[in-house]
Design a protein around this ligand. Structure first.
Ligand SMILES: [Zn+2]
Length: 347
């Protein structure tokens, strides 16, 4: 049974999900031994058209307007190997003073980004990117109707180095019954800044970055893509809305196309500049109860996996970044193609 345990030493919740062990892996040693018959082959891929029976029931889909109503363009299904499950309860139990645990209540959905096995979001038609974004927003809003869920974590893993188990492009949406510590921490910092200065931290950051224009990569009327001053990873890129919106829930229909454009532009720049790097993409958003507050602002983080997290990071919680964000931004904008990039560092 999935469940959560509370780490009293760090205030982290840890999800225990033994089922996740059973996942098929596209490129694991076990699968590569099976050669062309591995899950990597479209014929065996649970996300390819024709194999819909290999996934649990469909939650939602966007279908082509071709009169048949059968050809899906974007499809959402429950994760077959969920980290958290809707059937579980969120009751907390305590064993002694120190051992607190909670039922693994939540949701874990998969958004299949395209019918095409090797599609890349950066080169899809803009309408298709809009379908994906609109569906992510719709699933976010729908899941938040369940008042047991405190936070919706939306993410995408691209490439083996980013932890993906299936090559077919997809996103994951996980609803959690607790607020993860990172979100609590970000929110406390933003609230503290607001209390001290009377201003929104994210508004101030955006204004300052636009004024300095050293780390801004692309802008449009609704969004700004930039590399943060203290980027934790080389080429870490944020996409932030210009509007004050603490939660992804507040995202408006009129913002979909501008977001699709800026996201594609960044993904293509990373693809070309860094030769299709593995990356994680996350949507950071306010949790339940804080969704309308002025302190926080939802944003997308794209985290290329160019270096390996090792002992120092795990031992200290600090990052070692081998590339200054100013140089990375300049490189992506086309100003410097001689950037020295070390592949890894040892700790
Ligand atoms: Zn596939």
């Amino acid at each position: 049974m999935p469940h959560l345990r509370f780490d009293q030493t760090t205030a982290d919740w840890v999800v225990f999900a033994p089922l996740r062990n059973l996942r098929p892996h596209t490129r694991s040693a076990e699968v590569s031994n099976r050669g062309a018959a591995g899950v990597d082959a479209p014929s065996n891929c649970p996300f390819c058209p024709g194999n819909e029976g290999m996934t649990p029931h469909e939650i939602d889909a966007v279908r082509a307007q071709d009169g048949t109503g059968t050809n899906w363009l974007v499809r959402v299904v429950p994760n077959k190997f969920p980290a958290l499950q809707i059937e579980e309860d969120n009751r907390q139990t305590q064993k002694g003073d120190l051992f607190r645990q909670m039922g693994g209540c939540g949701a874990h959905e998969v958004l299949i980004e395209s019918p095409q096995h090797d599609a890349f979001l950066g080169s899809e038609p803009i309408d298709h990117v809009c379908h994906v974004i609109r569906m992510l927003h719709s699933r976010y809003c729908d899941l938040m109707r369940d008042t047991r869920f405190q936070t919706i974590v939306i993410f995408k893993n691209h490439g083996e180095g980013a932890g993906t188990s299936l090559q077919h492009p997809h996103w994951q949406i996980i609803a959690t019954p607790v607020v993860p510590r990172m979100f609590r921490h970000q929110y406390i910092e933003a609230t503290d800044y607001f209390d001290r200065t009377g201003h929104s931290l994210y508004e101030a950051l955006l204004d300052e970055e636009l004024k300095r224009n050293e780390r801004v990569i692309v802008t449009n009327d609704e969004f700004v893509a930039l590399m943060p001053f203290a980027s934790h990873l080389p080429f870490e890129t944020w996409v932030i809305p210009r509007r004050q919106q603490a939660s992804f829930r507040s995202f408006q229909e009129s913002q979909i196309e501008p977001l699709a454009h800026i996201l594609q532009e960044i993904l293509i720049k990373l693809y070309v500049g860094l030769e299709d790097p593995d990356f994680n993409l996350t949507v950071d958003t306010a949790s339940r109860g804080d969704e309308d507050e002025p302190f926080f602002r939802w944003h997308i983080r794209i985290l290329p996996r160019l270096t390996t997290t090792a002992g120092f990071e795990l031992g200290s919680g600090m990052s070692i970044n081998t590339v200054l964000p100013e140089e990375a931004a300049k490189f992506l904008k086309g100003g410097n193609h001689t950037l020295q990039q070390s592949d890894s560092h040892e700790n």
